[in-house]
Ligand binder design. Structure first.
Ligand SMILES: C[S@@+](CC[C@H](N)C(=O)[O-])C[C@H]1O[C@@H](n2cnc3c(N)ncnc32)[C@H](O)[C@@H]1O
Length: 303
């Protein structure tokens, strides 16, 4: 398959560039910070995270570079203000990277990043050289991302942007239109997205993922159970903040309900752990987390 230097749109090529998802900016800003912090805080390796941010914010993240005292203040202030969501979010990226590498080693040749936001895996993961990458998100976020990454060389065998809304559009149709091949083993990432979706959109996305998955395909997803993390009183400010920026939290789902939904479509959970537990395998910093277990990382496969 021909290598593409610049990701292409699978459809809607004349979209107006608009502002990206604010939550996507938030998690990319955390990756940029924890990439730029000096050791031992600099546990993330995402050299593209700062570039993907709006320029003033990207520049601000440079303040922690080479300054251990500033980095430590920023780290502790963010931990306190977000009840460790600031740590949980970049840690989940590490955990997912680990699982993604396993999936590619096991034979996945397509990667679909559901709600890709400002995820830079297509540019930073050398393992993707034999893999076609499909980035799925709202048109405005993908249009912004395309602009910010113009001229950057994707490491993927093929890299396609697929604009759609999980609540309105048909994932199977837009992916097939973009060149996705259901017979090829696929790894699906759904990182930090379920929490923003209503149950109908969660269910229809899982149905499409299952329908489009060849045997051995994997879904790697993060989710939050009701009563956990962002749903709790002490973190009400985060929930209200999400509503204020137009990305309200709707999608808490219990482990039992999520597994049942997956199983009804032939997807079986192989692992399901709190982010901290996963991440401590790849980042010792995770052991020092004492706050709520915000999110879980689930890996399910198609039998
Ligand atoms: C918190 S961000 C996570 C982005 C990325 N997965 C990451 O971890 O860096 C949530 C992403 O989900 C996308 N999203 C939320 N609801 C969506 C919907 N209904 N349709 C398409 N994308 C959606 C947002 O645009 C945003 O990019």
């Amino acid at each position: 398959m021909a290598s593409s230097q610049r990701p292409s749109y699978g459809l809607h090529t004349t979209m107006r560039p608009l502002s990206p998802s604010m939550t996507a900016i938030g998690v990319a800003a955390l990756r940029a910070l924890y990439t730029r912090m000096p050791a031992p805080l600099g546990f993330v390796r995402d050299p593209f995270a700062a570039r993907l941010l709006p320029r003033p914010l990207g520049a601000l993240t440079a303040a922690v570079r080479g300054r251990p005292a500033v980095a430590s203040v920023v780290h502790h202030a963010l931990r306190l203000a977000t009840r460790e969501l600031s740590l949980s979010s970049p840690l989940r990226t590490l955990a997912i990277d680990d699982s993604l590498r396993d999936s590619i080693a096991a034979g996945a040749r397509q990667l679909v990043v559901l709600g890709s936001g400002l995820d830079a895996r297509g540019w930073r993961c050398a393992e993707l050289s034999t893999v076609s990458v499909f980035e799925v998100d709202r048109a405005r976020t993908l249009a912004y991302k395309r602009r910010r990454m113009a001229g950057m060389h994707s490491l993927a065998a093929r890299h396609v942007y697929v604009p759609m809304d999980f609540a309105r559009d048909d994932l199977a149709r837009v992916l097939k239109d973009a060149g996705f091949q259901p017979e090829i083993p696929t790894v699906w990432l759904w990182e930090g997205v379920i929490i923003y979706l209503h149950r109908d959109a969660i269910a229809s996305t899982i149905r499409s993922v299952a329908e489009l998955s060849a045997s051995g395909s994997r879904l790697i997803a993060t989710y939050t159970c009701p009563g956990l993390g962002i749903a709790r009183g002490p973190t009400l400010h985060l929930r209200l903040g999400a509503r204020l920026i137009g990305e309200a939290v709707h999608g808490e789902i219990s482990t039992r309900a999520l597994h049942a939904l997956l199983e009804s479509h032939g997807l079986v959970a192989d692992h399901d752990d709190p982010v901290n537990a996963w991440a401590s395998r790849v980042a010792p910093l995770a052991d020092r987390m004492s706050g709520p277990q915000w999110e879980r990382v689930l890996v399910a496969s198609k039998r």
